[in-house]
Design a protein around this ligand. Structure first.
Ligand SMILES: *Cc1c(COP(=O)(O)O)cnc(C)c1O
Length: 331
């Protein structure tokens, strides 16, 4: 879906916020490699460069935003500690970031969270609280900790500090590949795409920015179509294998940023995601999680609307259990 209407909302984040975030978190994150893939280039008809956030600290780009958000807390807030209701990569990233700044972190997880996820979070020094099995139950628990014990809630995507941190990825791409033509990133709540698109377009307006959603949950496209942030109903949503891309609605700030800075939104099917994941494992020799493979899936499915261009696909994360890859048919 192409962007039609010009932006009506002026997003409140600036390139300077991303540049300052980059300085703030440098030394605590990796400047991740940008790898050219001959195989993916041949198969897709573009020159494909992979931005390897699967090799980032904590195994996903979310370390960028979490570090920036924690660094931005006041001394008082740092003394109170941080909390989040996300069981996945944001939880791990927040635990890691909090420990880097000597701040307490509580991650509210579902009672059925895998042992691997709990252990990863604990290894970064986070305190785990198990609560229910739904996102609502976790959010309610987190809200309780905020109200009763003074913890600061750090939202996984609808937060300016988080978004500015995610955007630092684009500054690295511009430095490593100054003549980049196009950048492709997955969309969950939209924090990644919001930050990436802002930093990329304000650095070089000539670069096309494309967001990718699972066709079983295209929340940002749905909101674009209706012209306002809108939740997907049960008819338009089912849980994607890309478990980092299951939000039912985009964040408000990510939505506004996407209207201002994103050129195009495309979707990929569940089998396209699994096939891309398998190809990345077998041919590129990189471990990515399903959410991290959707940008490559879009390129391979011919969804980018260009050929012969220098395209950066963001491999957003690599946190996946081998058993999961087996059930996906990727192993
Ligand atoms: C969180 C996440 C995403 C989606 O990021 P949003 O900011 O929610 O859009 C994509 N890939 C991975 C691996 C993630 O952890």
């Amino acid at each position: 879906m192409k962007q039609k209407a010009p932006s009506l909302l002026l997003p409140s984040l600036l390139l300077r916020d991303v540049q300052e975030a980059s300085v703030r978190i440098s030394g605590k994150i990796h400047h991740t490699p940008l790898l050219y893939s001959t195989t993916l280039s041949k198969l897709s008809g573009n020159d494909i460069y992979l931005k390897c956030e699967n090799l980032q600290k904590t195994g996903s780009f979310k370390a960028r935003g979490a570090l920036n958000a924690v660094a931005l807390l006041t001394p008082n807030e740092r003394a109170q500690g941080v909390v989040t209701g996300s069981s996945g990569n944001h939880g791990q990233a927040l635990a890691y970031a909090a420990r880097e700044f000597g701040v307490r972190a509580v991650v509210v997880m579902p009672e059925d969270a895998s042992l691997a996820k709990r252990q990863a979070c604990e290894a970064y020094g986070g305190t785990i609280l198990l609560c229910g099995t739904t996102a609502e139950a976790r959010l309610a628990k987190a809200a309780e900790l905020v109200a009763n014990e003074g913890y600061v809630l750090v939202h996984p995507f609808d937060d300016p500090g988080i978004i500015a941190g995610q955007g630092t990825l684009s500054l690295e791409v511009v430095a490593d590949l100054p003549d980049v033509d196009c950048i492709v990133a997955p969309v969950g709540g939209g924090g990644l795409l919001g930050g990436v698109s802002l930093a990329m377009k304000e650095s070089n307006p000539r670069v096309r920015v494309i967001g990718v959603e699972p066709s079983v949950g295209a929340r940002l496209r749905h909101s674009w179509q209706l012209g306002t942030v809108t939740e997907l109903g049960d008819d338009a949503w089912s849980p994607s294998v890309a478990d980092g891309l299951r939000a039912r609605r985009p964040g408000k700030l990510p939505y506004a940023l996407s209207r201002a800075y994103v050129d195009d939104l495309v979707t990929v099917t569940e089998s396209e995601i699994a096939a891309a994941l398998r190809l990345i494992l077998e041919r590129v020799k990189l471990v990515v999680e399903p959410s991290g493979a959707v940008s490559v899936a879009a390129a391979l499915a011919g969804q980018l609307g260009c050929s012969g261009k220098k395209v950066v696909c963001v491999l957003s994360g690599g946190n996946v259990e081998l058993a999961k890859l087996v059930t996906l048919g990727a192993l």
